[in-house]
Design a protein around this ligand. Sequence first.
Ligand SMILES: [Mg+2]
Ligand SMILES: [Zn+2]
Length: 186
Amino acid sequence: MRNPHRKVVFIDRDGVINVDLWKYVEHWKEFRFEKGALEGLKALSEKGFDIFIISNQAGVGDGIFSEAAMWQVHEKMIAAMAKRDIKIRGTRYCIHAKKAKCDCRKPKTRLLEKAVANLNFEKEKTYFVGDKTSDIEAGKNFGIRTILVRTGYGKKTEKELTKKLQPDHIVNDLRDAVPIILKTAA
Ligand SMILES: [Mg+2]
Ligand SMILES: [Zn+2]
């Protein structure tokens, strides 16, 4: 028997899950959950979604902070979520320098591909939720739906949208993305 379809959602980190500081989040003490993020994550987790966090952290490759520091923030974030019964299926970071021309920095799709390599899911029912054009492009490049949130860089991104680059939906924050995601998955 084939594995049943999973419900998958990809979510950007900085500016969606946590407040984007307009610099890298290098220490846990700088990490603040973004408005609506915990509620949104909790709802998706409760509905059985496989949640994947997909994040560019070029500050590591560019020598601004260490990979160990990044993982420390990661572990604390996951623990803070677990305390609220939010389960994250996987997190994928691109730590390469901006100029490294790696194959995983969004809007490239390698991180998404690797995250769901062994999962059976339907792309047409799957969203990428992000606050930058690179998130929307990554979603489109991967052949899934996209939601732009107005947290983080979102309001700025909204002004930069072109006819060619349009998310499927624009909402205020992650919590407001949930009804759209649930409706499409149903
Ligand atoms: Mg972001
Ligand atoms: Zn990379």
